[in-house]
Design a protein around this ligand. Structure first.
Ligand code: SF4
Length: 247
């Protein structure tokens, strides 16, 4: 399968399973190109990524049996499927099922929503909407967002819990654009939790970091439409122990 890295957060008994698929979007600010490993392993990811050149793709992938062998003896409360686009790995549904059966984990997938996967053993979906405006979405990802917005509704109707997320990029995917995303999410359900992440720079992209004030302004606009808006700003500190690398 396409698992190349696994990290574990002891405080939350949370397992981060990183997949490396050929992502179906080409986001200009994609962090996975610059850092292959879990941000929970790094003390200062924002500082580190500011100067880091792009990395080569991972060289080794684990088979399903190897993944299971690495998990032996762990207590897993949460399993988070992440990396590039985990939904593109055909073995993901099997892994989610076995984690449910063996560890009784709460399974969460981070996805861009372009391709649907079997959600039977997924408890929560966090869908990242890069932009609502078609022109901005195409410019940032190289693809239309029509299917993603359509799938957002489909996924919402098929899973137990859903969250939406978007990244605020100053003077590009700005507060007004974040508000458009929030408005769309509210058209599905105004109680869906919506998280706004502050962008932080990588070397090949022209944008500066989003300030706390800019994120707060975007949140204020999003709250006009949605009941649950949260923010991830760059000054946030790690809560709990540092993650450990399992593979
Ligand atoms: S959807 Fe995620 S993994 Fe894919 S290109 Fe965009 S940021 Fe990267």
């Amino acid at each position: 399968m396409k698992v190349y890295h696994i990290a574990y957060e002891p405080t939350y008994k949370s397992l981060d399973i990183h997949f490396w698929t050929e992502c179906n979007l080409g986001c200009r600010g994609c962090y996975t190109r610059y850092e292959l490993y879990d941000f929970g392993l790094i003390d200062d990811p924002v500082g580190q990524l500011a100067t880091k050149p792009q990395e080569a793709s991972p060289g080794r992938f684990l088979s399903f049996d190897e993944v299971m062998a690495f998990l032996e003896g762990l207590e897993i409360k949460y399993a988070i499927f992440m990396g590039t686009e985990a939904a593109l790995d055909p073995e993901l549904p099997k892994l989610a099922r076995v984690l449910h059966e063996k560890f009784h984990s709460y399974n969460i997938i981070l996805t861009n929503g372009l391709k649907l996967t079997d959600m039977e053993h997924i408890d929560e979906v966090i869908l990242s909407i890069k932009a609502y405006s078609e022109d901005i979405h195409r410019d940032y990802t190289g693809r239309s967002n029509k299917k993603i917005l359509e799938n957002f509704r489909k996924i919402y109707n098929s899973v137990k819990k859903m969250q939406a997320e978007t990244v605020l990029i100053p003077d590009y995917i700005d507060a007004r654009e974040v508000e458009r995303v929030a408005k769309f999410v509210a058209s599905v359900d105004k109680n869906i939790t919506f998280r706004i992440d502050a962008y932080f720079p990588v070397v090949d992209c022209p944008w500066r970091a989003a300030t706390k004030e800019e994120v707060a302004e975007a949140a204020k606009l999003a709250k006009k439409h949605l009941n649950n808006v949260t923010c991830l700003t760059l000054d946030m500190q790690r809560i709990g122990e540092k993650a450990v690398r399992i593979f």
